[in-house]
Structures are given as structure tokens and as C-alpha cells.
Write a protein that binds this ligand. Sequence first.
Ligand SMILES: *[C@@H]1O[C@H](CO)[C@@H](O)[C@H](O)[C@H]1NC(C)=O
Length: 326
Amino acid sequence: MPKWSLVQRLLQVRLSTCLFITLCLIAVIQFFASYGYYKYEHLAQESLRHHLYVQHNPKLITKKSKPDCRYNDILQNSKSVHSWDIPRKFNDFLPNGIINGSYTPEDCTPLFSVAILVTYRNRQSQLDIFIPYMHSFLKKQNIHYKIYVIEQQDERLWNKGLLYNIGAKQAMLDKFPCLILHDVDLLPLDESNLYVCLKQPRHMSASIDKFRFVLIYKSLVGGVLAITSDQYKELNGFSNRFQGWGGEDDDFAGRISKHNLEILRFPPHMSSYTMLLHKQEHKNDDRHRIMEENEHNSQKDGLNSIRYRVSNIKTHRLFTMIKVRL
Ligand SMILES: *[C@@H]1O[C@H](CO)[C@@H](O)[C@H](O)[C@H]1NC(C)=O
């Protein structure tokens, strides 16, 4: 028996030491994780309204008698959703007022029209959360918007840049002056995160929970990006040459800086997002090489050079689906 109690005691010491060390480690990690939270450069909250790109869709017909919608209260709203409060199922979602993925405020005339472009393949469970969540979020913002889902239907390598170009083309045909390029796995949490374009490109998902709310690098434009249709055209959209995961967004950031446009951001407390979990996609090993080759190629490779087959455009109540085979 004494032998056993010695072992037991040793075990106990070890256990409590382990526990202590683990706790210390967690504390250290937490400390460094929150470090940098407020570190990125952003617009001052008071100045935001001077940067807004005020433009609605010329096709939008509204009654003259309605007053212009107001946005100050939204920009100053301090309410945020907690990511754990987001339902995993939206069984009781009411699609009131939504037609063909589009919504227009009822009591006032919106000053902004926005096309939300979502590139998509094989993520049904995320789409099922994204679509109703975004409608509930956006309907409170007094904007006119429409959600487009651009689905790559084949099994070939994922080509997100090309899909965005296809979506942008359609949104421009539908006369939307502002595009928001949106990952399907990101959900905005702050009600003050007004979904509109600024006069310069705007990186919206600056503060993502998965990255511990830190902006990982300054020229990041991936995730959620708002850009005017005119600017998108001027940059010749995305490169169509990136196949597989990654690269196209950094290439796009290069196009933005080459055209002397500036990437703007809202303050962190207006820019937080939660990321829905998924498997890491296979990265494109060629992405750095293509980026170098593309350095002087952006006039020939982009919005003006897309070759593809849109197999059909289908309007659902909650979104317009553009199905593409590459
Ligand atoms: C919705 O889409 C359908 C099919 O494309 C079209 O016929 C209809 O006019 C659209 N409705 C509105 C209000 O835009």
C-alpha cells in the first residue's frame, strides 16, 4: 500500500503542476491574442458619413412622397450580436418584403443600392445560415440590396476571381452602383457595420473572431470587400488565372494600389465578424508565381477576358443564383 500512495502522491503533484502550467500558457496566449485588437488604421467614427458613396440603383422606383432614409442612427448603433447567439437553423425565418433576393425599405427612400456577391460551392449548411442571417441583418439598415450567389458547378479547381467577375457583370447589368464581395462563411456582428460602399474601396471584415479579432496584414482585402462598380471596372476586376485556394485577393489588392486607390476600414468595434467553421481548402501552390506574372498583365486578364458558360440564372425568393461551369 505505501508504494501505491507514493505513486498517487506523485501523480497528484504532476497533475496540479500540469494544470498550473497549462493555465499559465493559456493566460500568455490570451494576452498576446488580444494584443493588436485596436491596432489597424481606420477611419474615425465621426468622419464616416463624409466617406459614404451615396448612389442608388437608377432602376429603383420609389414613391416621391417618402422621405430619404437616415443612416446616422445605424452608424452609431452600439448593439452587437454574440456569435453564440446566432441560430444554426432558421426555421421560423419570415421572408417579408424580400423578392428575388432583393429588399427595399418600406418607409423611406434608400440612398444606397448594394449588390452582395457570394461565391459558392458545396457549402449548403453555411448557405442555409448565411442567407437568412444576412437578410435579418440587412433589412435593418435602410438600404436597397440584392443577394447574388455565384455557384461553380463543376468539379474543376475553385476559381473565385472568375466567379466574382461573373457576378459583378450581372450586378452591373442590373445597374447596381456598389458591389460587396462576400465570403459565405463570414457573418457581421455589429449593427453599426453599414453595408455600403465608400468613395474608396472598403475592407469590411477587419476583425474576425477566427483570427482573434486582429487584422492579419494591412493590404488584406479577402473576406468582405465593398467597391463601387466603376472602380471594379477600372481595375478590370479580378484575375481569372488563380485556380485553387488563395492568391486572387492579394492580386486584387495589387490592382487597387496600382490604380492609386486606398483601402479604407471602419473602426474595429464596427467591423467584427464571426467565421463559420469549415475544412481548410487545398491551397494553390502556384499563387505566388501567378501573382508575379500578373504584375503587368491586369489590362488583359480580368473582367474583360472572361470566357465561361453561365448554365442558368435562377431567381429564388431569398437570392438570385448564377450557376457557372468553367
Ligand atoms: C423576379 O424574377 C422573376 C424571374 O426572373 C421576374 O420575372 C420578376 O419580374 C422578378 N420580380 C421582381 C419584382 O423583380
